[in-house]
Design a protein around this ligand. Structure first.
Ligand code: SAM
Ligand code: SF4
Length: 329
């Protein structure tokens, strides 16, 4: 699959549910309305869609959400998709999780060929963790991390940089992550969905965070890539890797290789644009994949050049109306 700008699409992110057991302040409003279950694809339908993408050249598949591990029977989807790893068609099956259910599932994930996972942790302070996630328990997440590492999974920590909330922890979080053999990636907050708070109050540009880190640490540029948008540095003093995802300060769209599927079978060709293709109707219309494959190709042909996120005091409405939990991270 090649889009109009010559970019090869080889990476599919799939939100398997829009539901979550947390309510992170930058991701969701406290009072969220979730999709009716009837609108959500069955696990068999998700498998069929993902498999069609693998057939079209997708090499990397990331399950996300909402919280992927709260979807009932999600392990049966992971098990089924792992056949594409065994056949060699798929190079990587991975997931992004808040870690709350990892203690339960880490072993099974490893058994099914998952090698690396991303776990989102924005702070190491229990009270702050509760305040950011509204409902989360840091001890449970740390127990999940322990289980993941014990099962042999390579863990990368994702942290959203939040002004006045975790900016005092940038050194401590890095030392902690690198001390446990985990990469750490910082993410700029994106203006997606109404969250009942001002984005501009949350937003902390990573250029600032990086220059603060550089006052104490030696950040050496690295050409390491994971197929995602992060740019990496090696920290000389710790030997660990530090990533930066900067949708606001540095647009990374020119090298975008991704498309995103929601749990209702809607394909978003860009995280930061509203245009989408409804693959559920096509999927349900026919048992053959012919029409589905044509619909995927015509969607890829509409992939936009990039996003136009804006966060400032004058811009009160989010750049994109849907929440991050709909299209997943
Ligand atoms: N629930 C899982 C988790 O938290 O890892 C997976 C889904 S979550 C939407 C994926 C990633 O998106 C997380 O790392 C989260 O911190 C990040 N995220 C959510 N809302 C965001 C926003 N508005 N801007 C930037 N990152 C966001
Ligand atoms: Fe849930 Fe992840 Fe969104 Fe937090 S960031 S509310 S854990 S989907």
């Amino acid at each position: 699959m090649i889009d109009p700008f010559g970019r090869h699409i080889s990476y599919l992110r799939v939100s398997v549910t829009d539901r979550c057991d947390f309510r992170c302040v930058y991701c969701m409003a406290e009072d969220m309305t979730f999709l009716p279950k009837a609108d959500v694809l069955s696990l068999e339908e998700l498998d069929r869609l993902c498999s069609a993408f693998v057939g079209l050249g997708v090499k990397k598949l990331r399950l996300t959400g909402g919280e992927p591990l709260v979807r009932k029977n999600v392990m049966s989807l992971v098990r089924n998709l792992s056949r594409h790893l065994q056949s060699g068609a798929l190079e990587e099956l991975t997931l992004t999780t808040n870690g709350s259910q990892l203690a339960k599932y880490a072993g099974e994930l490893a058994q099914h060929g998952v090698k690396r996972i991303n776990v989102s942790i924005d702070t190491l302070d229990k009270d702050k963790f509760r305040a950011i996630t509204r409902w989360g328990d840091l001890d449970k997440v740390i127990a999940g991390l322990d289980a993941a590492q014990a099962a042999g999974l390579k863990v990368k920590i994702n942290a959203v940089a939040l002004r006045g909330v975790n900016e005092d922890e940038i050194d401590a979080m890095m030392q902690w992550a690198h001390g446990r053999g985990m990469d750490l990636t910082w993410i700029e907050v994106m203006p997606m969905g109404e969250i009942g708070e001002q984005r501009v109050d949350q937003y902390l540009p990573l250029s600032l965070l990086r220059s603060r880190l550089q006052a104490h640490w030696t950040l050496e540029e690295s050409d390491y890539r994971t197929g995602g948008p992060a740019r990496y540095f090696t920290v000389k003093e710790t030997g660990g890797r530090l990533g930066f995802i900067t949708p606001m300060t540095h647009n990374f769209c020119e090298s975008c290789n991704r498309v995103r599927l929601t749990c209702t079978g809607t394909l978003f060709m860009c995280l930061g644009q509203e245009d989408a293709a409804d693959l559920r109707a096509v999927l349900r219309r026919s048992e053959s994949d012919e029409e589905l494959i044509a619909a995927i190709h015509s969607a890829i042909a509409r992939k936009p050049k990039g996003h136009d996120f804006i966060i400032d005091r004058r811009t009160q409405t989010p750049s994109v109306s849907r929440h991050m939990s709909v299209t997943g991270g």
